[in-house]
Design a protein around this ligand. Structure first.
Ligand SMILES: NC(=O)c1ccc[n+]([C@@H]2O[C@H](COP(=O)([O-])OP(=O)(O)OC[C@H]3O[C@@H](n4cnc5c(N)ncnc54)[C@H](O)[C@@H]3O)[C@@H](O)[C@H]2O)c1
Length: 359
C-alpha cells in the first residue's frame, strides 16, 4: 500500500520495475477515464509498457454482469491472456467491477487498485472485496481478490464532485465510529477542514482510515468474523440504495444507514445516547441535514434488508458498535433484529427526532 501525494509516480515506477503482467489493462469509467486514467495510460506507454485503456459508463447502475461481460469481450478481442494485469483507476464502482473482472479472467490475474474517490481511497480499494450488483441487490455476485498493490494519491481527489466528496466522508466517520474514538474526536475538531478538503486534514484522514482498515482486514481477510464490523450502517444503506434504485449516492446512504443503525445500537448494545447524538451531529456537520428520502418506504427497506447477504435465519443482521470507537469483542459482531425494530428506527429518523430525545 502506497499512500500520499506522489503515490502515482511510485505506481509508474513500480509497474516499470516489476510489471505484474505483460499487458496492463487500465480499466476506468467514463468520467474518471479522461481526467486520471488516460494520463496514467499515456505515462505507462511512454515508459514502454504495453498498456490498453478500457472504459465503461460511470455510475453504480453500470456495476453489472453486463458491463463485466462487455469488458471481457474487449479483453478477448485484443488477445489478452493470463499474463495480463488489470489497473483499476476510479471510485468504488470501478474498483469492485475491475477487481471482479481480474478475479475471474483466466481464473484470476493481478489487479492494481488506484482509487480516485474518497470512498474508494479510505475503504473500497483495500481488502480484496470485489463484486457486481444484481437487480435484486448490491454486490450479490463477487469474489475475494486481494490487490497486487494499492496506490492512493490524495491529489486526485481535487477533481471529485462535491456530492461524492461529502459521501466519502461518511466512510471516514464510520471507520472512526467502529474503531477509534480519538480519530472520531479529531474529526469533530477538523470537520470544516475536511469539508473544505484542506490537504493536511485530508492526508491525515486517508492515512488513518487505511491503517485501521488494514488492521481489521489482515486479521479476517475472508470476513468470517470480525471484519463484519466494517458493515456498520451498511445493512440499511444497501437496502436503501436498492429501494431507491441507486438514486442516492452510496456515501449518503451510509450516513443515513448509520443514523438509523445507531438507534438500533442504543436499544440492543447499550450504545450511549450522548455518543449517538455526537455521531448524528458530526454526520450533519459534514453532510447537512439527515433527511430520510421521501420515497423510501420503511417496510420495503426492512424487507430488502432481509435479502442482504448478511441475513441469518430470515432476519436482517447488523454490525453495531457498543460505544464510539468500540465494537463488541470477539468474532461474532453482528446482531439479528426484527423488521419492526428497524421500521421503528427509520420512523424515528424520518420524523426528525435526534437520538438523545429517545432516552
Ligand atoms: N469493495 C469494498 O470493500 C467496498 C467498500 C465500500 C464501498 N464499495 C463500493 O463502492 C461503490 C461506491 O464507490 P464510489 O462512491 O467511489 O462510487 P463511484 O465509483 O461511482 O464514484 C462516484 C462518482 O465519482 C466519479 N469520480 C471518482 N473519482 C473521481 C475523481 N477523482 N474526479 C472526478 N470524478 C470522480 C465517478 O466517475 C463516479 O461518477 C459502491 O458500489 C460500493 O458497493 C466497495
Amino acid at each position: 500500500v502506497r499512500v500520499g501525494r506522489g503515490a502515482l509516480d511510485l505506481l509508474v515506477d513500480d509497474l516499470a520495475a516489476r510489471p505484474p503482467g505483460r499487458l496492463l489493462a487500465v480499466v476506468s469509467d467514463s468520467r474518471v477515464g479522461p481526467i486520471h486514467a488516460e494520463p496514467l495510460f499515456r505515462r505507462l506507454r511512454r515508459r514502454g509498457l504495453p498498456a490498453l485503456l478500457l472504459t465503461f459508463p460511470a455510475g453504480e447502475r453500470h456495476k453489472t454482469r453486463a458491463t463485466k461481460s462487455r469488458l471481457e469481450d474487449e479483453l478477448l478481442a485484443v488477445g489478452a491472456g493470463r499474463d495480463t494485469a488489470i489497473v483499476a483507476v476510479g471510485g468504488g464502482v470501478t474498483g469492485d467491477l475491475a477487481g471482479f473482472l481480474a478475479a475471474t479472467w483466466h481464473r484470476g490475474i493481478p489487479v492494481v487498485q488506484v482509487p480516485t474517490s474518497l470512498l474508494a481511497m479510505v475503504d473500497a480499494a483495500l481488502g480484496g472485496k470485489t463484486a457486481v450488483n444484481l437487480p435484486g441487490g448490491k454486490n450479490l455476485v463477487g469474489a475475494f481478490h486481494q490487490p497486487w498493490g494499492l496506490y492512493a494519491d490524495p491529489a486526485v481527489l481535487g477533481t471529485l464532485p462535491a456530492r461524492e466528496w461529502l459521501g466519502g466522508l461518511s466512510e471516514v466517520v464510520k471507520t472512526a465510529a467502529i474503531a477509534d474514538e480519538r480519530l472520531f474526536e479529531w474529526l469533530e475538531a477538523f470537520a470544516s477542514a475536511l469539508r473544505g478538503r484542506e490537504p493536511a486534514a485530508v492526508d491525515r484522514a486517508v492515512t488513518a482510515c487505511l491503517r485501521i482498515k488494514a488492521s481489521i482486514v489482515r486479521l479476517d481477510p475472508l470476513e468470517q468474523g470480525r471484519r463484519a464490523i466494517l458493515n456498520f450502517g451498511h445493512t440499511v444503506a444497501h437496502a436503501l440504495e436498492t429501494v431507491t434504485r441507486y438514486r442516492i449516492p452510496h456515501g449518503r446512504a451510509v450516513a443515513l444507514g448509520m443514523a438509523v443503525e445507531v438507534r438500533l445500537a442504543m436499544e440492543s448494545t447499550g450504545f450511549p445516547a450522548e455518543h449517538a447524538l455526537r455521531l448524528h451531529q458530526l454526520l450533519e456537520t459534514l453532510q447537512g441535514p439527515l433527511r430520510w428520502p421521501a420515497g423510501a418506504d420503511a417496510a420495503e427497506v426492512a424487507r430488502t434488508a432481509r435479502r442482504d447477504k448478511k441475513t441469518r435465519e430470515g432476519r436482517a443482521r447488523y454490525a453495531l458498535p457498543v460505544r464510539l470507537g468500540k465494537m463488541a469483542p470477539g468474532s461474532d459482531v453482528t446482531v439479528t433484529l426484527s423488521d419492526s425494530r428497524l421500521m421503528r428506527a427509520i420512523r424515528s429518523l424520518s420524523s426528525g427526532q435526534v437520538p438523545a430525545s429517545r432516552v
